[in-house]
Ligand binder design. Structure first.
Ligand SMILES: NC(=O)c1ccc[n+]([C@@H]2O[C@H](COP(=O)([O-])OP(=O)(O)OC[C@H]3O[C@@H](n4cnc5c(N)ncnc54)[C@H](OP(=O)(O)O)[C@@H]3O)[C@@H](O)[C@H]2O)c1
Length: 305
């Protein structure tokens, strides 16, 4: 087993390559449950927590950090701008600081490229056909507003999420700051080889969500076989594969033992890394098109997927 490495962002800041996710369902009760497993994640050794204003768990992340007794500066906190806040970046960022109850954020991500109409009473305004109402507000303008946050001294690094090569190219045409991170769905069934290469060339670190590949990847015969070979669970093999490719990951587990497992990763040999990469089917398991052919209001074409 090798220790979880720290990777260095393009502005020199270091962060732990494995973080813990914080999505905890859509109801207030489910979201409140996150407090216990966030506290246990910190106890298990996580020093990087990934949340988002949309998850409505920022409050619990903040409480877990304070109750852990771990100094704030030892924990790397990522949160994200909601899709319906593209036109109100400064206010939304301030709200996140307040929900978290901390005075700076380590990494602030634009959660999605598409801007959804802002309605203070409804975070998911929909068209008559049920699709999210998106606006023509450009994510280039949103990014310019996110860049301005660096001047406040309250955020250490900025990045994006769910950006394809197509949309990164568009962003980079006007960006003054190259995103430090692009957080995307990434696992052996969706290896994102081209995006990984593009991001590596631009100095952008890819972070995997749905990093375990759920039961699809966990039950894949190759992963089961490699789990036995390395005497670990298939998910530990999957997470080790992420690290071997130079990507980071934010797995989430509600269970202390599995939280610890996900921080205890084997070192895979080259041949096994290649065999796992060979499982790629370009298959999305988390955010995929709905019956209207859209993902949260945008088509695959708009998303560049
Ligand atoms: N940027 C974005 O748009 C975006 C989208 C989705 C997610 N995210 C972030 O990514 C985080 C993780 O995403 P996710 O929950 O969809 O994917 P995930 O971490 O790949 O999957 C979580 C599931 O895997 C199980 N699991 C975790 N470790 C395991 C292990 N060692 N053995 C067996 N099962 C294991 C968990 O079950 P147990 O709890 O029972 O262990 C849970 O059901 C989220 O919490 C969020 O922070 C970001």
């Amino acid at each position: 087993m090798s220790p979880i490495p720290n990777l260095t962002l393009n502005n020199g800041i270091k962060f732990p390559a494995i973080g813990h996710g914080s999505w905890s369902g859509t109801t207030p009760d489910k979201q409140a449950e996150s407090l216990e497993w966030l506290k246990s994640a910190l106890k298990a050794g996580y020093r990087h927590i990934d949340t988002a204003q949309d998850y409505q768990t920022e409050k619990y992340v903040g409480i877990a950090i304070r109750e852990s007794g771990i100094p704030r500066e030892e924990i790397f906190v990522t949160t994200k701008l909601p899709w319906n806040h593209h036109t109100r970046v400064a206010k939304s960022f301030q709200d996140s600081l307040e929900f978290l109850g901390i005075d700076y954020i380590d990494l602030y991500l634009m959660h999605w490229p598409q801007a959804v109409l802002y309605d203070e009473n409804n975070s998911q305004p929909t068209n008559p056909d049920g699709s999210l109402i998106t606006t023509d507000h450009s994510f280039n303008d949103t990014w310019a507003d996110i860049e301005k946050l660096l001047d406040t001294g309250k955020v250490r690094a900025i990045g994006v999420s769910n950006l394809s090569i197509k949309n990164l190219e568009r962003l980079l045409k006007t960006a003054k700051v190259v995103p430090a991170v692009n957080q995307v769905e990434l696992h052996p069934y969706l290896a994102q080889n081209d995006l990984l290469q593009f991001c590596q060339e631009k100095g952008i670190i890819l972070t995997a969500y749905a990093a375990t590949g759920y039961s699809y990847v966990r039950d894949d015969p190759l992963m089961v076989q490699l789990g036995k070979k390395y005497d670990v669970s298939p998910t530990q093999v999957t997470l080790a594969w992420h690290l071997a490719r130079g990507t980071t990951a934010v797995p989430k587990s509600t269970n202390f033992e599995r939280q610890k497992q996900n921080l205890t990763l084997p070192e895979l040999n080259e041949e096994d890394i290649k065999r796992i990469s060979g499982l790629d089917k370009n298959q999305r398991l988390c955010n995929k098109a709905d019956e209207l052919g859209k993902v949260w209001g945008w088509t695959y074409e708009q998303l560049g997927w």
